[in-house]
Ligand binder design. Sequence first.
Ligand code: FMN
Ligand code: EPS
Length: 393
Amino acid sequence: MLRYLTAGESHGPQLTAIIEGLPAGLNITEESINRDLARRQCGYGRGGRMKIERDEVQILSGVRWGETIGSPVTLCIINRDWINWQEKMSPNARHRDEKIRVTRSRPGHADLPGAMKYDHRDVRNILERSSARETAARVAVGAVAKAFLASFDIEVNGFVSEVGGIRAERGALPLERMKELSAASELFTYDAEAEERMKAFIDGAREAGDTVGGVVEVIASGLPVGLGSHVQWDRKLDARLAMAVMSIQAIKGVEIGLGFDAARRPGSQVHDEIYYDPARIGRGELSGFYRKGNNAGGIEGGITNGEDIVIRAAMKPIPTLYRPLRSVDMQTKEPFEATVERSDACAVPAAAVVAEAVVALELANAMLEKFGGDSLGEVRRNYEGYLEYLRAF
Ligand SMILES: Cc1cc2nc3c(=O)[nH]c(=O)nc-3n(C[C@H](O)[C@H](O)[C@H](O)COP(=O)(O)O)c2cc1C
Ligand SMILES: C=C(O[C@@H]1CC(C(=O)O)=C[C@@H](OP(=O)(O)O)[C@H]1O)C(=O)O
């Protein structure tokens, strides 16, 4: 089983992730992780913080001479902004300064419920960890999961499909500079026209002091039939993927395949009919069974059915606006209008990279659950034996 934890505050010294359960013998390089970290940073609409940070990973354990050795892998990303926050974020009691307490909660953030829950009179104790800065750590972990999946020819790609109601054609990749940085997947075409309209929409919102949300999509291809299980609620792969994607900051809806649209159609226009062609196996397909459509988004009964997994997520607009929102001071109970020094106007492109990472992690976990072994060679033997069985099924 693959598990991981992240730790770190947004303006603390660093983000840390520990991954447990990776087989030995997997090639991992800091460069390949950094590629995804850069993709997360460079979408259109981000604010001042992204000009400060240039995320780079350090591998601190579990990898020797470019290969995992089976022990926990520790990844760390330094926060460059830390230099400006050393005293405000110091673990040392002598730096305590009541004057810099944040008592003004921002609507749409964890600030107020978090402070009430944890008995904090300083909202910073909540916002530092609820910040989406944490997603840098998850993207680093996801890059490792993608390296594992790639060794089985499984590819996971995230992209933006909608910004502020403007839709791109399926397969569009309207993430500025991300096109070049993304794996050259044949699944994707690049909808430059939609990207331009999205950028103009983001500019318009930013000028009005407002923020923008959107929809991201992740497609995973090359998966075998049989990951996940129908037998228990918490083994269903669609449920696990939904939880992983919903756990991303600002994601408010998740759908798989047709998703909500399936509720609006008759069954005859929803379910993917089953066909069989033995010649497919000769062409290198994993099975003779196939579908002509993929409304199910690659999962039936919580189990992969061999088609691509297609999962979409709705991101709400960034809650911190330059145009103030009404709130109430926690200490004085006086109303105020929340103002901001810096914030993203749109982080949908970044969320697409984060969604890709968390989906990759769940899929890597599902692969290891089914074909698990202590070395990559052992996992591969288990996997290949299963493929041989599948071809004969
Ligand atoms: C990549 C990314 C960047 C974000 N940047 C900001 C930001 O600059 N300002 C902000 O107020 N919220 C930002 N958010 C959203 C908040 O972190 C999120 O809305 C907040 O923590 C409350 O959590 P919830 O929306 O999941 O309920 C960002 C989210 C993501 C995924
Ligand atoms: C730092 C990142 O995103 C941050 C997420 C975030 C929030 O409230 O979620 C608020 C902003 O941080 P700050 O308050 O320091 O300007 C974003 O920049 C990042 O994505 O690496």
